[in-house]
Design a protein around this ligand. Structure first.
Ligand SMILES: *[C@@H]1O[C@H](CO)[C@@H](O)[C@H](O)[C@H]1NC(C)=O
Ligand SMILES: *[C@@H]1O[C@H](CO)[C@@H](O)[C@H](O)[C@H]1NC(C)=O
Length: 366
């Protein structure tokens, strides 16, 4: 009996020693992802919602050639960041495979359809709104504490890289969803932007309180230039003006808000990624980036393949690398790679106050 106990204790100690080694200075840092469909890696597969990407041809260029819930033909932005960190892709938090040592790689809490506001994406029914994502992050930390102890868990979270992508749906799937939407009768566009920024700031402060210390915060992309908007609202194939105006108002305010939060924290915890500019580069000159077009989605139907959902009955382009947009809203893997390239090494017009290469360099010294 006593020998069994001793062996058990020894194994427990050995295991906690080994896991503290895994999260120690030399292991890749953990990675946590929050946000919407641009970064969802499959949480919605486990939910009763219409916002899903778990059937073909989604995932056609993914290593398994299977639909995984990623809104891409292949890898999404978090996957490519993980690749560059030298880590495994983070599993969706709802995945039953996310147990044991795999928890130490991090987790992806994102859910397609959500926004900054609780009332964004209500038409998608059962999705994980941002405050729920933060609750899950708290729950995740309890599970990690049980695995590697209090101090190890705290260090893992403090040293982690965090990505949060929110805001697009607050316009597309809320303010502009229907003419005379509740929010658009309640707020002028600039007042709505103020409100979103104020609420986003509360969310980022919560993330800080939960231990996040390096957080990439993406602004919205060029909302009026996605094939869906070009098809429905654009004139002669041009970007739709109104959503473009929204994105142009929102993004500079986000950078200001982040600077204020960093001043308050006394360090550069939050980094603004200018997704608008990153996209506009290849939207304005697709050929320079090897795309035949940035207006037509690879998968879809109707003008610019911008109407309805991408499914087995949609038009499908033979070469996904020649298209900037995979479906009516989401970039192809090729475009995601261009975006991550700028996240890593863009100048301060793209990454403010600094890029991810600089962050990794700084953090490797401490
Ligand atoms: C959204 O919901 C969360 C809790 O679920 C709440 O704490 C928060 O205040 C709500 N936000 C707004 C703007 O009502
Ligand atoms: C961004 O990263 C690159 C390294 O890839 C570096 O040379 C450059 O100075 C960085 N830019 C800024 C503004 O930090």
């Amino acid at each position: 009996m006593e020998t069994t106990l001793a062996i058990f204790l020894f194994l427990t100690l050995l295991l906690s020693f080994m896991s503290s080694f895994v999260v120690g200075q030399n292991g890749p840092r953990a990675f946590f992802v929050f946000g919407d469909s641009l970064v969802d890696s499959g949480n919605n597969n486990f939910l009763a919602t219409t916002a899903r990407a778990d059937s073909p041809p989604y995932g056609i260029d993914y290593p398994t050639h299977r639909a995984t819930g990623r809104f891409s033909n292949g890898l999404n932005i978090p996957d490519i960041i993980s690749e560059r960190l030298g880590s495994q892709p983070t599993l969706p938090y709802l995945s039953p495979e996310l147990t044991g040592q795999r928890l130490l790689v991090g987790a992806n809490f994102a859910s397609a359809g959500i926004g900054i506001l609780n009332d964004t994406g209500i038409q998608f029914l059962n999705i994980i709104r941002i405050y729920r994502q933060l609750d899950y992050f708290r729950q995740y930390q309890q599970r990690v504490r049980a695995l590697i102890g209090e101090a190890g868990a705290k260090q893992l979270v403090n040293r982690a890289l965090v990505l949060i992508t929110l805001g697009g749906n607050d316009f597309v799937n809320n303010y502009y969803l229907v003419p005379f939407s509740v929010r658009s009768t309640q707020f002028t566009l600039p007042a709505y932007v103020d409100y979103l920024i104020q609420e986003y700031s509360r969310i980022l402060e919560k993330l800080y309180d939960l231990g996040a210390r390096r957080v990439l915060v993406t602004g919205t992309g060029p909302l009026g230039c996605v094939p869906s908007e070009i098809a429905q609202r654009g004139r002669n194939g041009n970007c739709a003006e109104e959503p473009q105006r929204a994105a142009a108002l929102f993004n500079p305010r986000l950078v200001d808000m982040i600077s204020k939060l960093n001043n308050k924290a006394g360090s550069n915890v939050f980094v603004a990624a200018n997704a608008f500019k990153m996209h506009m580069d290849f939207i304005e000159s697709p050929q320079s980036y090897g795309f035949v077009t940035s207006k037509v989605a690879c998968c879809g139907q109707g003008p610019y393949n911008g109407l309805g959902i991408c499914s087995v009955v949609s038009n499908l382009c033979p070469n996904r690398d020649a298209y900037a947009f995979w479906d009516a809203f989401h970039p192809t893997e090729k475009a995601n790679r261009l975006i991550v390239e700028q996240i890593l090494s863009g100048n301060t017009d793209y990454m403010h106050p600094m890029n991810l290469s600089t962050i990794m360099e700084l953090d490797s010294r401490v």
